[in-house]
Design a protein. Sequence first.
Lengths: 107, 171
Amino acid sequence: MQLDQVFQALADPTRRAVVARLSNGPVSTSALARPFAMALPSFTQHLGVLEACGLVRSKKKGRVRTYELTTTRLKAAEAWISMQRATWEKRLDQLDSYLMTMKEGQS
Amino acid sequence: MNKLMTYRFDSRLDLLLERVVDVPRELVWTAWTRPEHVKKWFTPAPWTTVECEIDLRPGGIFRTVMRSPEGQEFPNVGCYLEVVEGERLVWTDALEPGFRPANKVIDPAHDCGCTVFTAVITLTAEGSGTRYSALAMHKSEEERKAHEAMGFHDGWGAALDQLVAFARTMK
Protein backbone atom coordinates (compact mmCIF):
# COMPACT_ATOMS: atom_id res chain seq x y z
CA MET A 1 0.00 0.00 0.00
CA GLN A 2 1.46 3.33 -1.07
CA LEU A 3 -0.39 6.30 0.27
CA ASP A 4 2.23 8.74 -1.05
CA GLN A 5 1.40 7.44 -4.52
CA VAL A 6 -2.28 8.10 -3.89
CA PHE A 7 -1.56 11.69 -2.92
CA GLN A 8 0.71 12.11 -5.91
CA ALA A 9 -1.91 10.66 -8.23
CA LEU A 10 -4.51 13.10 -6.88
CA ALA A 11 -2.17 16.07 -7.23
CA ASP A 12 -3.05 16.27 -10.93
CA PRO A 13 -6.27 18.03 -12.06
CA THR A 14 -6.95 15.62 -14.93
CA ARG A 15 -6.67 12.62 -12.62
CA ARG A 16 -8.87 14.31 -10.01
CA ALA A 17 -11.49 14.92 -12.71
CA VAL A 18 -11.32 11.25 -13.70
CA VAL A 19 -11.79 10.17 -10.09
CA ALA A 20 -14.74 12.55 -9.72
CA ARG A 21 -16.29 11.19 -12.92
CA LEU A 22 -15.80 7.58 -11.78
CA SER A 23 -17.48 8.27 -8.47
CA ASN A 24 -20.77 7.96 -10.38
CA GLY A 25 -19.92 4.49 -11.67
CA PRO A 26 -17.76 2.67 -14.26
CA VAL A 27 -16.90 4.47 -17.52
CA SER A 28 -15.14 3.29 -20.69
CA THR A 29 -11.75 4.72 -21.70
CA SER A 30 -13.11 6.57 -24.73
CA ALA A 31 -16.00 8.11 -22.79
CA LEU A 32 -13.60 9.13 -20.00
CA ALA A 33 -11.18 10.73 -22.48
CA ARG A 34 -13.83 12.69 -24.42
CA PRO A 35 -13.99 15.85 -22.19
CA PHE A 36 -10.20 16.24 -22.17
CA ALA A 37 -8.26 18.08 -24.85
CA MET A 38 -5.32 15.74 -24.94
CA ALA A 39 -4.00 12.90 -27.06
CA LEU A 40 -5.27 9.48 -26.04
CA PRO A 41 -1.79 8.13 -25.18
CA SER A 42 -1.28 10.98 -22.67
CA PHE A 43 -4.70 10.37 -21.23
CA THR A 44 -4.18 6.63 -20.83
CA GLN A 45 -0.92 7.47 -19.05
CA HIS A 46 -3.01 9.31 -16.42
CA LEU A 47 -5.26 6.29 -16.13
CA GLY A 48 -2.15 4.17 -15.66
CA VAL A 49 -1.02 6.32 -12.73
CA LEU A 50 -4.45 6.00 -11.09
CA GLU A 51 -4.47 2.26 -11.60
CA ALA A 52 -0.87 1.76 -10.39
CA CYS A 53 -1.64 3.25 -6.99
CA GLY A 54 -4.86 1.28 -6.69
CA LEU A 55 -7.31 4.18 -6.87
CA VAL A 56 -9.02 2.70 -9.94
CA ARG A 57 -9.13 -0.68 -11.61
CA SER A 58 -9.99 -1.61 -15.19
CA LYS A 59 -11.60 -4.52 -16.98
CA LYS A 60 -11.41 -5.32 -20.66
CA LYS A 61 -14.46 -6.73 -22.39
CA GLY A 62 -13.96 -7.30 -26.09
CA ARG A 63 -12.34 -4.11 -27.37
CA VAL A 64 -13.70 -1.87 -24.63
CA ARG A 65 -11.77 -1.16 -21.42
CA THR A 66 -13.87 0.09 -18.51
CA TYR A 67 -12.56 1.88 -15.43
CA GLU A 68 -14.06 1.94 -11.96
CA LEU A 69 -13.15 3.38 -8.60
CA THR A 70 -11.73 1.25 -5.79
CA THR A 71 -12.94 3.27 -2.87
CA THR A 72 -10.82 1.93 0.01
CA ARG A 73 -7.70 3.86 -1.02
CA LEU A 74 -9.54 7.16 -1.09
CA LYS A 75 -11.10 6.48 2.29
CA ALA A 76 -7.72 5.70 3.87
CA ALA A 77 -6.25 8.98 2.67
CA GLU A 78 -9.29 10.83 3.94
CA ALA A 79 -9.27 9.04 7.29
CA TRP A 80 -5.63 9.92 7.92
CA ILE A 81 -6.18 13.60 7.22
CA SER A 82 -9.39 13.67 9.30
CA MET A 83 -7.48 12.25 12.24
CA GLN A 84 -4.90 15.01 11.91
CA ARG A 85 -7.72 17.53 11.64
CA ALA A 86 -9.38 16.15 14.77
CA THR A 87 -6.11 16.57 16.68
CA TRP A 88 -5.71 20.17 15.58
CA GLU A 89 -9.38 21.05 16.20
CA LYS A 90 -9.13 19.69 19.72
CA ARG A 91 -5.79 21.43 20.29
CA LEU A 92 -7.19 24.78 19.20
CA ASP A 93 -10.39 24.25 21.23
CA GLN A 94 -8.18 23.77 24.27
CA LEU A 95 -6.12 26.83 23.34
CA ASP A 96 -9.21 29.00 22.96
CA SER A 97 -10.60 28.06 26.35
CA TYR A 98 -7.15 28.46 27.91
CA LEU A 99 -6.89 31.92 26.34
CA MET A 100 -10.11 32.92 28.05
CA THR A 101 -8.74 31.89 31.45
CA MET A 102 -5.50 33.80 30.69
CA LYS A 103 -7.55 36.87 29.83
CA GLU A 104 -9.62 36.61 33.00
CA GLY A 105 -6.45 36.20 35.03
CA GLN A 106 -5.13 39.47 33.60
CA SER A 107 -8.13 41.65 34.29
CA MET B 1 8.75 45.97 7.10
CA ASN B 2 10.06 42.51 6.39
CA LYS B 3 8.38 40.42 3.75
CA LEU B 4 7.06 37.22 5.31
CA MET B 5 7.37 33.92 3.54
CA THR B 6 4.16 32.81 1.86
CA TYR B 7 3.09 29.21 2.33
CA ARG B 8 1.27 27.14 -0.23
CA PHE B 9 -1.69 25.10 0.98
CA ASP B 10 -2.08 21.63 -0.50
CA SER B 11 -5.55 20.35 0.30
CA ARG B 12 -4.52 16.71 0.01
CA LEU B 13 -1.65 16.91 2.47
CA ASP B 14 -2.25 19.96 4.61
CA LEU B 15 -4.68 21.27 7.15
CA LEU B 16 -5.69 24.86 7.56
CA LEU B 17 -7.70 25.96 10.57
CA GLU B 18 -8.72 29.48 11.36
CA ARG B 19 -10.12 30.89 14.58
CA VAL B 20 -11.18 34.28 15.87
CA VAL B 21 -10.85 34.81 19.61
CA ASP B 22 -11.82 37.76 21.74
CA VAL B 23 -8.34 37.93 23.25
CA PRO B 24 -5.56 40.45 22.50
CA ARG B 25 -2.89 39.28 20.07
CA GLU B 26 -0.05 39.53 22.62
CA LEU B 27 -1.87 37.02 24.82
CA VAL B 28 -2.36 34.56 21.99
CA TRP B 29 1.33 34.91 21.14
CA THR B 30 2.29 34.28 24.76
CA ALA B 31 0.11 31.17 24.90
CA TRP B 32 2.00 29.75 21.89
CA THR B 33 5.50 30.70 22.97
CA ARG B 34 5.90 30.14 26.75
CA PRO B 35 6.37 26.57 28.00
CA GLU B 36 4.25 27.08 31.13
CA HIS B 37 1.31 28.04 28.90
CA VAL B 38 1.89 25.55 26.07
CA LYS B 39 1.82 22.73 28.62
CA LYS B 40 -1.72 23.72 29.59
CA TRP B 41 -3.37 23.21 26.20
CA PHE B 42 -1.08 21.80 23.49
CA THR B 43 -1.94 18.09 23.67
CA PRO B 44 -5.51 16.87 23.07
CA ALA B 45 -7.02 15.48 26.31
CA PRO B 46 -6.97 12.92 27.85
CA TRP B 47 -3.32 13.07 26.82
CA THR B 48 -1.22 15.72 28.55
CA THR B 49 1.92 17.72 27.91
CA VAL B 50 4.29 16.94 30.77
CA GLU B 51 7.35 18.79 29.48
CA CYS B 52 7.91 21.71 27.16
CA GLU B 53 11.11 23.45 26.14
CA ILE B 54 11.22 26.54 23.95
CA ASP B 55 14.14 28.52 22.54
CA LEU B 56 12.25 31.15 20.61
CA ARG B 57 14.43 31.89 17.57
CA PRO B 58 14.99 30.27 14.16
CA GLY B 59 16.81 26.99 14.78
CA GLY B 60 15.84 27.09 18.46
CA ILE B 61 14.37 24.04 20.12
CA PHE B 62 10.65 23.31 20.43
CA ARG B 63 10.34 20.15 22.47
CA THR B 64 7.28 18.63 24.09
CA VAL B 65 6.72 15.37 25.91
CA MET B 66 3.19 14.00 25.66
CA ARG B 67 1.88 11.48 28.14
CA SER B 68 -0.84 8.98 27.27
CA PRO B 69 -3.62 8.22 29.77
CA GLU B 70 -1.75 4.94 30.45
CA GLY B 71 1.34 6.91 31.45
CA GLN B 72 3.43 6.25 28.36
CA GLU B 73 5.56 9.22 27.30
CA PHE B 74 6.20 10.38 23.76
CA PRO B 75 8.89 13.02 23.19
CA ASN B 76 8.63 15.39 20.24
CA VAL B 77 11.65 17.47 19.22
CA GLY B 78 11.72 20.08 16.52
CA CYS B 79 12.95 23.56 15.84
CA TYR B 80 11.56 26.94 14.94
CA LEU B 81 11.98 28.13 11.37
CA GLU B 82 10.41 31.57 11.54
CA VAL B 83 9.71 33.69 14.61
CA VAL B 84 8.07 37.08 14.00
CA GLU B 85 6.91 38.44 17.36
CA GLY B 86 3.14 38.61 17.55
CA GLU B 87 2.67 37.67 13.90
CA ARG B 88 4.11 34.41 12.74
CA LEU B 89 5.47 31.25 14.30
CA VAL B 90 6.76 28.40 12.16
CA TRP B 91 8.27 25.16 13.39
CA THR B 92 8.96 21.68 12.11
CA ASP B 93 9.91 18.32 13.52
CA ALA B 94 11.73 17.44 10.30
CA LEU B 95 14.71 19.39 11.66
CA GLU B 96 16.36 19.17 15.03
CA PRO B 97 17.57 22.26 16.91
CA GLY B 98 20.22 24.11 14.91
CA PHE B 99 18.53 22.95 11.68
CA ARG B 100 20.16 19.51 11.79
CA PRO B 101 18.06 17.15 9.65
CA ALA B 102 16.15 14.80 11.91
CA ASN B 103 16.51 11.08 11.54
CA LYS B 104 12.93 10.11 12.18
CA VAL B 105 11.93 6.53 12.65
CA ILE B 106 8.23 5.87 12.89
CA ASP B 107 8.07 3.06 15.39
CA PRO B 108 4.83 1.04 15.27
CA ALA B 109 5.09 0.43 19.02
CA HIS B 110 5.18 4.17 19.63
CA ASP B 111 2.69 5.23 17.05
CA CYS B 112 0.75 8.25 18.18
CA GLY B 113 -0.07 9.55 14.74
CA CYS B 114 3.20 11.47 14.83
CA THR B 115 4.59 12.21 11.40
CA VAL B 116 6.94 14.80 10.03
CA PHE B 117 5.23 18.12 9.66
CA THR B 118 5.72 21.87 9.49
CA ALA B 119 3.28 24.10 11.33
CA VAL B 120 2.66 27.74 10.51
CA ILE B 121 0.79 29.89 13.01
CA THR B 122 -0.24 33.32 11.76
CA LEU B 123 -1.79 35.98 14.01
CA THR B 124 -3.56 39.19 13.02
CA ALA B 125 -5.38 41.67 15.20
CA GLU B 126 -9.11 41.86 14.62
CA GLY B 127 -10.80 44.62 16.58
CA SER B 128 -9.94 43.96 20.22
CA GLY B 129 -9.47 40.28 19.43
CA THR B 130 -7.26 38.10 17.28
CA ARG B 131 -7.69 36.08 14.13
CA TYR B 132 -5.24 33.21 14.01
CA SER B 133 -4.64 30.41 11.58
CA ALA B 134 -2.82 27.13 11.94
CA LEU B 135 -1.44 25.49 8.83
CA ALA B 136 -0.04 21.98 9.23
CA MET B 137 1.93 20.77 6.23
CA HIS B 138 2.67 17.08 5.90
CA LYS B 139 5.12 14.97 4.00
CA SER B 140 3.43 12.19 2.11
CA GLU B 141 6.20 9.60 2.50
CA GLU B 142 6.00 9.83 6.28
CA GLU B 143 2.25 9.52 6.15
CA ARG B 144 2.64 6.37 4.18
CA LYS B 145 4.97 4.94 6.84
CA ALA B 146 2.64 5.95 9.64
CA HIS B 147 -0.15 4.29 7.77
CA GLU B 148 1.80 1.10 7.35
CA ALA B 149 2.64 1.20 11.03
CA MET B 150 -1.07 1.34 11.77
CA GLY B 151 -1.58 -1.81 9.74
CA PHE B 152 -3.05 -0.27 6.64
CA HIS B 153 -0.97 -2.37 4.27
CA ASP B 154 -3.01 -5.42 5.22
CA GLY B 155 -6.54 -5.39 6.56
CA TRP B 156 -7.60 -1.99 5.31
CA GLY B 157 -11.15 -2.24 6.50
CA ALA B 158 -10.52 -3.04 10.16
CA ALA B 159 -7.73 -0.51 10.49
CA LEU B 160 -9.88 2.14 8.89
CA ASP B 161 -12.74 1.48 11.29
CA GLN B 162 -10.37 1.72 14.25
CA LEU B 163 -8.90 4.92 12.90
CA VAL B 164 -12.28 6.54 12.41
CA ALA B 165 -13.35 5.46 15.90
CA PHE B 166 -10.10 6.87 17.28
CA ALA B 167 -10.59 10.14 15.42
CA ARG B 168 -14.07 10.44 16.93
CA THR B 169 -12.73 10.04 20.47
CA MET B 170 -10.33 12.88 19.79
CA LYS B 171 -13.05 15.34 18.83
